[in-house]
Design a protein around this ligand. Structure first.
Ligand SMILES: N[C@@H](CCC(=O)N[C@@H](CS)C(=O)NCC(=O)O)C(=O)O
Length: 213
C-alpha cells in the first residue's frame, strides 16, 4: 500500500505541528517539500485551497494541520492524545495569536499600526502560556501537564516563529517559564528531527520517506 503523501513547507508553523505529530506517531509518509510561490499542481489537485500542510491519504485528503495531527494520533499507538488539541489554548493560538504574530512579523504589510502595537497585542496570549506552564521532572516546563504532549507540539511552532522575528526582544520578555519551555523544546529530538532540510519536490523524483524508524 502506498504511504500517505504529506505536502509540507519546512518553516511553516502549521506544517511543523503536523510533522511533529506524524513523527511522534511514527506514521510513515512520502514527504513533498513545497515552495509556496510555485505550488505543484499535484498539491492543488489534492487541495485547491493551496495551503500546507496537506495529507493525501489516497481515498481522502486532510488539509488542516489540526486534522492531520488528530489523524496521526488516532491512527497509531501514540502516547500523545488527540483530546489535547481541544484545549482552549490551541484555538486561541490559531484564532488570536497567529493573526497578531503575522502583523508583528510582516508589520510593513499592515500600516494601520506600528510593530510595537502588534507586539503588544501578542502579549496576553504569551502571558497565558507562561501561566499555563507545568514544571517537568526532566527540567524545564511543558504546557498544562508535566510531560511533553500534543498541546506543546500544536503551539510551540508558532512561538518559535514569533521568537525569531526578534530573538533579543523575545529573550527580554518577563516570562521565564515560557522562555525556558522554548529553549528546552527547540533542542529536543522530536523537534530537530522534523526540521531536516529537503529539496523542493518535483514530479517524478525519488520518494522521500518521512517519520520512518
Ligand atoms: N488553517 C490552515 C492554515 C495553513 C496555512 O495557512 N499555511 C500557510 C503556510 S504557513 C500557507 O500554506 N499559506 C499559503 C500561501 O502562502 O500561499 C492549517 O491549519 O493547516
Amino acid at each position: 500500500m502506498r504511504a500517505p503523501i504529506l505536502y509540507s513547507f519546512r518553516r511553516c508553523p502549521y506544517a511543523i505541528r503536523a510533522r511533529m505529530a506524524l513523527h511522534h506517531a511514527r506514521l510513515q509518509c512520502e514527504l513533498r517539500e513545497v515552495v509556496l510561490k510555485a505550488k505543484p499542481s499535484a498539491l492543488l489537485e489534492a487541495s485547491p485551497k493551496g495551503t500546507v500542510p496537506v495529507l493525501d491519504l489516497g481515498d481522502s485528503v486532510l488539509d488542516e494541520s489540526l486534522d492531520i495531527m488528530r489523524y496521526a494520533l488516532t491512527h497509531s499507538n501514540s502516547a500523545w492524545s488527540a483530546d489535547e488539541l481541544a484545549h482552549p489554548l490551541v484555538a486561541r493560538n490559531d484564532d488570536e495569536f497567529k493573526p497578531y504574530l503575522d502583523r508583528y512579523k510582516y508589520f510593513d504589510r499592515y500600516p494601520e499600526a506600528d510593530q510595537q502595537c502588534y507586539f503588544d497585542q501578542t502579549l496576553p496570549f504569551l502571558e497565558a502560556l507562561n501561566d499555563a506552564m507545568s514544571a517537568s521532572s526532566e527540567g524545564g516546563f511543558f504546557l498544562v501537564t508535566s510531560v511533553v504532549s500534543a498541546l506543546d507540539a500544536a503551539i510551540f511552532p508558532f512561538v518559535r516563529q514569533f521568537a525569531f522575528v526578534d530573538k533579543a526582544r523575545f529573550d527580554a520578555l518577563p516570562l521565564p517559564a515560557l522562555k525556558s519551555w522554548f529553549e528546552h523544546i527547540i533542542v529536543r529530538p522530536e523537534f530537530l528531527d522534523v526540521m531536516q532540510k529537503y529539496p523542493a519536490w518535483e514530479p517524478g523524483q525519488a520518494v522521500t520517506l518521512f517519520a520512518s524508524d
